[in-house]
Design a protein around this ligand. Structure first.
Ligand SMILES: Nc1ncnc2c1ncn2[C@@H]1O[C@H](COP(=O)(O)OP(=O)(O)OP(=O)(O)O)[C@@H](O)[C@H]1O
Ligand SMILES: [Mg+2]
Length: 249
């Protein structure tokens, strides 16, 4: 599981972006983290991946507590995590094959039938078979997201962190990605944290959802429970109303 306890992350000016946040994603579940732009969703994912150091709190990845962990031990935990970046973040000068094979090659895998089969299989999972030789510049945004997911899956992660997997995509391609998140959960039995402001997507793929606001989780439950919860902020967010307790300047 992924368990976040009393996590506080501060900007250099001292402002707490995450403020005593606690969340738990049970093993094998997919949790969606919703929230306004700038509310700290990417910051949260980077803390879970050990890329940012919180001011206080604890993050458990199964039985390992990673806040304050040495880089060497952190690297071992990170090997179990796949990270799908907000902007796909493929290496432009590497082919699709090399992008997907990047993690295994860094760990010593050599190009050959075994690695070819792994790359082909991961591309198949994301519905992108046969594109090994394309360059990132030849991919559409939706294709790049899927290759980014194939790359995140290359090392058989037990945890997958997705940052805005459907942002900037048309509704049909977004739906394909939502279905992929479900397929990855079911076929690879991963535990996932997905940050997004796409409410429709949350209702499709999430087992549990939470809404971040001003540094903490204002409500957590199944998507249906959130839809029916009495919190005006959650209702405003889900309905996308410009009027309500949340004021966006
Ligand atoms: N390195 C940094 N230095 C200063 N401020 C930062 C830094 N990184 C993030 N921030 C601020 O922290 C806040 C949270 O940023 P974050 O990227 O986590 O938001 P987000 O919820 O992912 O937003 P979006 O939905 O737009 O991706 C923002 O107000 C941002 O301006
Ligand atoms: Mg973000």
């Amino acid at each position: 599981m992924i368990r976040i306890e009393e996590l506080t992350y501060r900007l250099p000016d001292g402002r707490a972006i995450l403020d005593n946040l606690s969340l738990e994603v049970p093993t094998g579940a997919t949790m969606a983290v919703m929230g306004l732009s700038g509310t700290g969703k990417t910051t949260l994912l980077k803390c879970v991946a050990g890329l940012l150091a919180p001011a206080s709190g604890r993050i458990w990845i199964d039985d390992k507590q990673i806040v304050g962990m040495s880089e060497k031990r952190l690297n071992r935990v990170r090997q179990q995590m796949g990270y799908v970046f907000q902007y796909a973040a493929l290496f432009d000068s590497l082919s699709v094959y090399e992008n997907v094979a990047f993690g295994p090659m860094r760990r010593g895998a050599k190009r050959g039938p075994e690695l070819d089969a792994l790359v082909a299989e991961r591309l198949r999972i994301v519905g992108m078979e046969g594109v090994e030789n394309l360059m990132p510049s030849e991919l559409s945004g939706g294709m790049a997201k899927r290759v980014g997911l194939a790359r995140a899956l290359a090392l058989n992660p037990r945890f997958v962190l997705y940052d805005e997997p459907t942002s900037g995509l048309d509704p049909i391609t977004a739906r394909v990605i939502d279905d992929l998140i479900i397929r990855v959960r079911d076929s690879l039995h991963v535990t996932s944290l997905v940050v997004t402001h796409a409410v429709n997507s949350v209702f499709r793929f999430a087992d549990i959802a939470t809404m971040l606001y001003e540094g903490s989780a204002v409500a957590t439950g199944t998507p249906e429970e959130l839809r029916n919860c009495g919190d005006e902020r959650v209702r405003q967010f889900i309905e996308g109303n410009s009027n309500g307790p949340i004021r966006v300047v």
